[in-house]
Ligand binder design. Structure first.
Ligand SMILES: O=C(O)CCC(=O)C(=O)O
Ligand SMILES: [Fe+2]
Length: 282
């Protein structure tokens, strides 16, 4: 976090290349204020995003950032992959088989350093509006300043940063693979007090070229069958990144519409019929 602080305080010219970067670039820096009509709020956030796996990228300055983030990415990747195995076990699935299908050896990993300075304006200020993360699992560390909230049963709950605690957030790909047994968690960051809040995120997803779809045995045992159609992770990510941040709206592109009327006019919830009714929002 200290190295990230140094990064944000570099002269703007030194960050210009990364500030101009697009969503597909491996290193991206964003900084400033913007309005979110989803939450009717001003958002204030600086961030650096860097792809850490299968290839590792890092800004050249500050010079110690590379070593620190490289080690952090390796350790958190191991932990997150281990957690994935525990999740597969909880679903009574063969972890080895699913890891192969998602090609987790070449998993996509991104690190994000977030910085939320206190804001003196009169509007209600947010850091990042309500969203779910596009990957499988996210590990989040906060600097001890409140701000992260998660939505549970329609209520926003403050995820208090207990000293040394790490938060694990389930993402969209896990919801797809588990056919909705694990739900992607909607979360947001608020700017609450006088102190600068920082968070550091390590997120893993399947290999970008993997087709992500519900595990067949989970779809077979679900009352409604398949909840999602398959999609290449790279395409999902591009879709999510090119849309406005809006809670879990990105998942709608793969959500199967149930209660489709058959030619006889009766609702049919079979997997085949449901699969034919994919909902594309774009
Ligand atoms: O700063 C936080 O607590 C949340 C950050 C976040 O949700 C993200 O980077 O995706
Ligand atoms: Fe997030």
């Amino acid at each position: 976090m200290e190295a990230c602080k140094e990064l944000y305080s570099l002269p703007r010219e030194e960050m210009a290349e990364y500030i101009a970067a697009g969503p597909k670039d491996p290193i991206r820096i964003g900084t400033g204020l913007f309005y979110s009509d989803v939450d009717d709020a001003v958002c204030r956030r600086d961030y650096v995003k860097m792809i850490a796996h299968p290839e590792f990228y890092c800004p050249a300055k500050p010079t110690n950032l590379r070593e620190i983030t490289m080690e952090y990415s390796i350790r958190t990747r191991e932990l997150l992959l281990e957690l994935m195995q525990a999740i597969f076990k909880s679903l009574e699935l063969d972890g080895g088989r699913i890891s192969e299908a998602l090609n987790l050896e070449s998993c996509f990993q991104i690190l994000v350093g977030n910085n939320y300075p206190p804001y003196a304006g009169s509007d209600w200020v947010m850091g990042i509006s309500a969203h779910s993360d596009h990957g499988l699992l996210t590990l989040l560390f906060q600097n001890g300043v409140d701000g992260l909230e998660v939505k549970r049963n329609g209520q926003w709950l403050l995820a208090k940063p207990l000293p040394g605690s790490l938060f694990i957030i389930t993402g969209d790909q896990l919801e797809i693979v588990s056919n909705g047994r694990y739900k992607a968690v909607v979360h947001r960051a608020l700017v609450l007090g006088e102190q600068t809040r920082m968070s550091f995120v390590s997120m893993i997803g399947p290999c970008l070229d993997a087709i992500v779809e519900p595990v067949p045995e989970l779809a077979r045992s679900a009352p409604q069958g398949m909840e999602f159609r398959g999609i290449k992770y790279r395409d999902y990510m591009e879709h999510q990144q090119s849309s406005r941040i809006n809670k879990k709206a990105a998942l709608d592109i793969v959500r199967v519409q149930h209660n489709i009327l058959t030619s006889q006019g009766a609702p049919n919830n079979s997997t085949e019929a449901a699969s034919a009714g994919y909902s594309h929002t774009n």
